[in-house]
Design a protein around this ligand. Structure first.
Ligand code: ADP
Ligand code: MG
Length: 183
């Protein structure tokens, strides 16, 4: 058995998509081991998106640069820099603002290969590239162009742990052991 952390971000909560999204997880057989609606505290979010995970912010910065190149946009003109680490740091601040914008539904899901399974159901980070049938592909349309020109994070409804290690780090940030159920 494997556990993964899923967060229904404020856009999913505001759009009343919580039930729809949970239904998709339940239909596949993922077990809801923990769930709660919370307004995320800054100290938790700060750890959830760790500042010192250089490869994460470097990667996000590089992906942002790639998007700009594909769109024929100049990153210096709109973001003031073309350094992937600087851009990654900027995205981190946007991301923290996004997830603290309103209540989020945080959950622990359990199944064999839960991490990979949930990532598959969630779909690609960029809604435009998320396949139909995935959560992001079916319910989100935000683009990096729209998001970055408004200096905000891409709204894509869900967070899901990217690896088993990430899940093991993230779950205890949001839940105490007694909040996680076995049944
Ligand atoms: P995922 O959520 O698919 O694991 P990442 O971990 O790479 O994706 O990024 C975390 C979140 O940051 C994304 O879900 C999205 O909301 C936001 N994000 C990622 N890349 C960008 C970007 N270039 N500009 C704005 N927001 C971004
Ligand atoms: Mg991620």
């Amino acid at each position: 058995m494997e556990q993964t952390l899923v967060i229904l971000k404020p856009d999913a909560v505001k759009r009343n998509l919580m039930g729809e999204i949970i239904t998709r997880f339940e239909k596949v057989g993922l077990k809801l081991a923990a769930v709660k609606l919370v307004t995320a505290k800054k100290e938790i979010v700060d750890k959830h998106y760790p500042k010192d995970r250089d490869e994460l912010w470097f990667g996000i910065g590089n992906k942002t640069l790639e998007n700009y190149e594909n769109l024929g946009m100049d990153p210096i003109e709109s973001l003031g820099t073309s350094d992937p680490r600087e851009i990654g740091k900027m995205v981190r601040v946007w991301l923290m603002d996004y997830i603290m914008q309103g209540p989020v539904l945080v959950m622990v899901l359990e199944a064999p290969h839960a991490v990979e399974l949930v990532r598959k159901l969630a779909g690609h980070t960029l809604p435009l590239l998320a396949a139909p049938g995935t959560i992001r592909g079916d319910y989100a349309y935000d683009s990096s162009y729209l998001a970055n020109s408004n200096k905000r994070a891409i709204e894509n409804l869900v967070h899901a742990s990217g690896t088993v290690e990430e899940a093991k780090y993230e779950i205890p940030l949001w839940f105490t052991p007694s909040e996680i159920h076995s049944y």
